[in-house]
Each structure stands twice: as structure tokens, then as C-alpha cells.
Design a protein around this ligand. Structure first.
Ligand code: ADP
Ligand code: AIR
Ligand code: ASP
Length: 299
């Protein structure tokens, strides 16, 4: 008998034959991106999203690893997608598989990064000379063409139709969902002491027999949102990596902790490899002596 790890059991597609023990077949890879891998799901029309610890910024020019990020983002995205589902927003999330993976509906991604901004920051502040943190009158939607080779350029509504990226009726639906999601998530983050500054969404076409609908896809996590601590104004998101602010995984973990998602250091250690554990231990030791931990709410 060949023993396979607990994780492998969860990751493998299970095939059950009459009278036999389940046979594990390796997952079929579909795609590897900058932050996630996609595998064929166990049922038609499903995909396994595997969240990696890899991080990139500035259109892949800066690369690194954020220890435990994959597990944290998997958990946060699951939590937020479930809450949004309860609010009547259709999402790709089906169910959790394991610490780093979730089963989602396979969609035809609409190649747009749909950005919603509540406060000036990042490329918006740079482009318009706005002061970081300045409130924007009403939530502002911007679109970028999802194209790494072109550096995800900003794109106007007219271009979207001219390039046949989607139909006006689809974009109307995307705008409607994006604003509702922003409204709901702003309140949800506020309730745990976090300001939702801006965020990026991806939507896709979900085909169900002869019906096609727009649903929220990809992920919602500190990789895809700007999240500032309400009390201290500290960034709790990928800007910590982009700007070398330090304590990146600690702040990601803090976001999960504020929602009570129990992504504690021990759980993450359990899924990491021994080599990673050793590296994480010495990094944690160094951090203990060199850096201040993220400030907790009310402290
Ligand atoms: P990137 O492709 O930009 O490097 P990731 O590393 O996050 O990004 O890879 C995830 C990929 O999966 C993205 O290209 C995203 O558009 C795609 N994707 C997300 N959700 C779904 C889904 N439900 N069905 C099909 N593709 C998806
Ligand atoms: N974003 C854009 N492309 C990838 C991501 N993750 C997100 C950023 C930020 C928002 O979109 O994380 O939350 C706006 O980014 P920017 O750089 O245009 O200011
Ligand atoms: N998602 C882009 C990248 O990974 C841009 C960013 O997040 O800064 O390079």
C-alpha cells in the first residue's frame, strides 16, 4: 500500500469503483498564474483554485513569497464570497477543499480588472495628483484590460465595446454588482476596524445549459483590495509588499483574525513544508527582535 499525505487525499480527484477503495488520480493542471494555480475540478464545469504564497507587483516586475498568504487568501476569499452570496450576489465559490484550495464554478473570464475606489490611493493618486486617503465623492469605477503583456492598461467603456470585450448589458450588470459588492464590503470591513480604500474584481460568464449569466470570479483578498487600519491608517494589504513595508504575512493574518477566521500561525505551519517551517521560524525570530507586531484594534 502506498501512503499519500492528508493534503494529497484532499487534493486528488476521487474516483470510486464498485467494491473497491477510492482511487486517487492526480489533478489535471489547467493554468498557473502569478498568485494561483487552476486544476480541473471533480465535476464538469468546476475548477480547483489553488492559492500560492507567490506575490508579484508592478506587473510582475517585483516578485516574492509571502509565507502563508495562499492559505490566508483562500480563507478570506471563501468567507467574503459566502457573505456576498448571502446578499444575492452570484459568485463562483462552491466549497472549500483544503487550506489552500477551493472548488469554484468554471467561467469564461471577461478580461477586465474592474476597480472600485472609495479613497484616493495607488495609481489613482499618482495619475491625478490626489492626496492619498482623500475621500472620493462617490464610489468610482475604473476598468483595466487584463493583459499582462500590455501592463493591464486603463480602458474606457467605448474601448470595451469597440474591442468586443463584453456587451453593454453585461457591463451594466458588472457595474451594478461592483457597486453593491463595494457597498456591502465597505460596511463589513468597517465593522472589524478596516477601511476599504479600493479593490479589484474579475467577473465571468457562467454557462448553465442554454443560460448565461455574469458572476463574480477570481478572489477578494488583501492581494486585491487596499485595506487600511481605521485607527492607525496602516496598510494591511499587498501595498506592504509593493512598498517594502515589512510584516506582510502578519498583516494579512490580522485581516483574517479580525473576521475570526482562525488562520493562526500554527495552522499555516501545519500545511507548509519542513523547509518553509524552518525559514518561517527564523524569520519570526528575527521579526520578534527587530520589528513591532501589527497593532491590534483598541490598543
Ligand atoms: P493571473 O492570471 O493574473 O496571474 P492568478 O495567478 O490569480 O492571476 O490566476 C488565476 C487565474 O484564474 C486568473 O487569470 C483569473 O482570471 C482566472 N480565474 C479566476 N476565477 C476563475 C473561474 N471561476 N473560472 C475560470 N478562470 C478563473
Ligand atoms: N489590483 C489591481 N490590479 C491588481 C490588483 N490587485 C488592485 C490593487 C488595488 C486596486 O486594484 O490591489 O486594490 C487599485 O490598484 P491601483 O494600482 O490601480 O491603484
Ligand atoms: N497584479 C499585478 C501584478 O501582480 C499588479 C499589482 O498587484 O501591483 O503585477
Amino acid at each position: 500500500m502506498v501512503w499519500i499525505g492528508y493534503n494529497d487525499i484532499l487534493l486528488a480527484n476521487q474516483v470510486t469503483m464498485k467494491g473497491c477503495a477510492p482511487i486517487m488520480s492526480p489533478k489535471q493542471p489547467i493554468y498557473e498564474g502569478k498568485a494561483k494555480k487552476l486544476f480541473e475540478g471533480p465535476e464538469p464545469g468546476t475548477i480547483i483554485q489553488h492559492f500560492k504564497d507567490d506575490a508579484t507587483a508592478f506587473n510582475n516586475q517585483k516578485r516574492g513569497t509571502i509565507s502563508g498568504k495562499g492559505a490566508i487568501n483562500n480563507r478570506i476569499s471563501e468567507y467574503l464570497m459566502l457573505r456576498l452570496g448571502e446578499m444575492g450576489i452570484p459568485t463562483h465559490f462552491i466549497r472549500n477543499i483544503n487550506m489552500r484550495e477551493q472548488l469554484v464554478r468554471s467561467v469564461e473570464i471577461i478580461p477586465l480588472e474592474v476597480i472600485v475606489r472609495n479613497y484616493a490611493a495607488g495609481s489613482f493618486a499618482k495619475r491625478f495628483g490626489a492626496i492619498e486617503g482623500e475621500r472620493i465623492g462617490a464610489p468610482l469605477i475604473e476598468y483595466c484590460l487584463k493583459d499582462d503583456a500590455l501592463g493591464d492598461p486603463f480602458i474606457a467603456e467605448e474601448h470595451i465595446y469597440a474591442f468586443d470585450i463584453c456587451e453593454p448589458i453585461e457591463l451594466e450588470e458588472i457595474r451594478h454588482y461592483a457597486l453593491r459588492i463595494n457597498d456591502y464590503l465597505s460596511g463589513l470591513f468597517y465593522s472589524v476596524g478596516i477601511r476599504l480604500v479600493d479593490m479589484k474584481f474579475e467577473f465571468g460568464r457562467f454557462f448553465d445549459g442554454e443560460y448565461v449569466s455574469i458572476i463574480l470570479a477570481d478572489e477578494i483578498s488583501p492581494d486585491t483590495c487596499r485595506l487600511w487600519d481605521l485607527k492607525t491608517g496602516e496598510a494591511m494589504d499587498k501595498d506592504r509588499f509593493r512598498k517594502d513595508l515589512g510584516n506582510v504575512s502578519e498583516f494579512y493574518r490580522e485581516v483574517a483574525d479580525r473576521f475570526g477566521l482562525m488562520v493562526g500561525a500554527n495552522v499555516i505551519k501545519a500545511i507548509d513544508s519542513p523547509e518553509k517551517n524552518a525559514a518561517a521560524k527564523s524569520a519570526a525570530k528575527a521579526r520578534k527582535t527587530n520589528a513591532k507586531p501589527p497593532r491590534k484594534k483598541g490598543k
